[in-house]
Design a binder for this molecule. Structure first.
Ligand code: PEP
Ligand code: MN
Length: 334
């Protein structure tokens, strides 16, 4: 249930109302925007009489909400969330490209790619150290050494870094990582999500291979309900009957998510298509559809990449895509 307060309600009245709802066993999520103050009531509201609340002096309106996610719900928090990624803002009109190789392979590789993507306008560097591979015989990532090299590339370029966590027991290794990624395969690893809810790092949460938008939002809710509200959602394609591309990019998830949530939405056209030459058109489409950012795989030598070479762009190809995306956004915003 959400309670919209009248304009001009003063702080001690807000506190009194919070105490009142607290005494009913409810938690209060307060959103103080420029134009309205909204109280989200979390807990069992089935016994709360909306008419009684509507009659309170400070209350403008009361609405029951059906969605099971509260903190991620735009009805509770109408304004876009901007996630601060170590000084790089993402969301609410702040568009960012996250670029870099699928996996960190060597110091030369990650530092070179970091410098190239930065030149082309990327705001954040990606690189996997713990890789979720379908085959146990495939390259699994450099693990702690991979994170160390990623941080070296960060030191060389100033780009904040994004890298995937697969097991909460590795959390200490992520102390200097700027954004922690939860990959598609772990979107419903609820114990991992709960633990990340107790950290203060931005979390890039990727949509599961066969998960609905509501399930994605419920996973965001797991993180947020633990106290960490710095969640970035990522659409990276879902499994359908189509086999021409690695996954099927659900572009409509962008406007749907913008309606349902205030959280930023990033699109990953690399994992969505699995084909390097498809990245540019899908990156353009995602930017045109209102994505807050893109995640794109870039490798210095895609043909010899240890992971996801076929979908990786060269630095030159990436620069061309980034130029086009920035130009497209300027045209659309003009
Ligand atoms: C990745 O970003 O490296 C990755 C493994 O992506 P996904 O979880 O979307 O498959
Ligand atoms: Mn990859």
């Amino acid at each position: 249930m959400i309670v919209i307060l009248k304009q001009g309600t003063v702080q001690n009245e807000i506190d009194r109302l919070s105490d009142f709802f607290g005494s009913m066993g409810l938690k209060v999520h307060l959103s103080e925007g420029e134009h309205a103050t909204i109280m989200g009531l979390i807990g069992d509201t089935s016994l709360v009489d909306p008419d009684m609340i509507a009659n309170l002096e400070q209350v403008e309106a009361v609405r029951r909400i059906q969605e099971p996610y509260k903190k991620a719900n735009r009805k509770f928090t109408p304004e876009d969330t901007v996630v601060d990624c170590s000084g790089v803002p993402l969301g609410g009109g702040n568009f960012q490209i996250i670029a870099g190789p699928c996996s960190v392979e060597s110091e030369e590789q990650i530092t070179f790619v970091a410098q190239e993507v930065k030149k082309a306008g990327a705001g954040l560097l990606r690189g996997g150290a713990f890789k979720p591979r379908t085959s146990p015989y495939a390259f699994q990532g450099l693990h702690d050494e991979g994170i160390r090299l990623l941080l070296k590339a960060k030191a060389a370029t100033g780009l904040p870094v994004v890298t995937e966590i697969m097991d909460i027991k590795h959390l200490d290794l992520f102390a200097d990582v700027d954004v922690i990624q939860v990959g598609a395969r772990n979107m419903q690893n609820f114990e991992l999500l709960k633990e990340l809810g107790h950290t203060d790092k931005p979390i890039l949460l990727k949509r599961g291979l066969a998960n609905t938008i509501q399930e994605l939002l419920m996973s965001a809710e797991y993180i947020m309900s633990g106290g960490n509200e710095r969640v970035i959602l990522c659409e990276r394609g879902i499994r359908t009957f189509e086999t021409a591309t690695r996954n099927t990019l659900d572009l409509s998830a962008i406007p749907v998510l913008h309606e349902k949530t205030h959280l930023p939405v990033v699109v990953d056209p690399s994992h969505a298509t699995g084909i390097a030459r498809m990245v540019k058109p899908m990156a353009f489409a995602a930017a045109a559809a209102g994505a807050d950012g893109l995640m794109i795989e870039v490798h210095n030598d895609p043909r010899h990449a240890l992971c996801d070479g076929p979908q990786s762009l060269t630095p030159e190809e990436f620069a061309e895509v980034a130029r086009g995306v920035f130009a497209l956004r300027e045209t659309l915003n003009a």
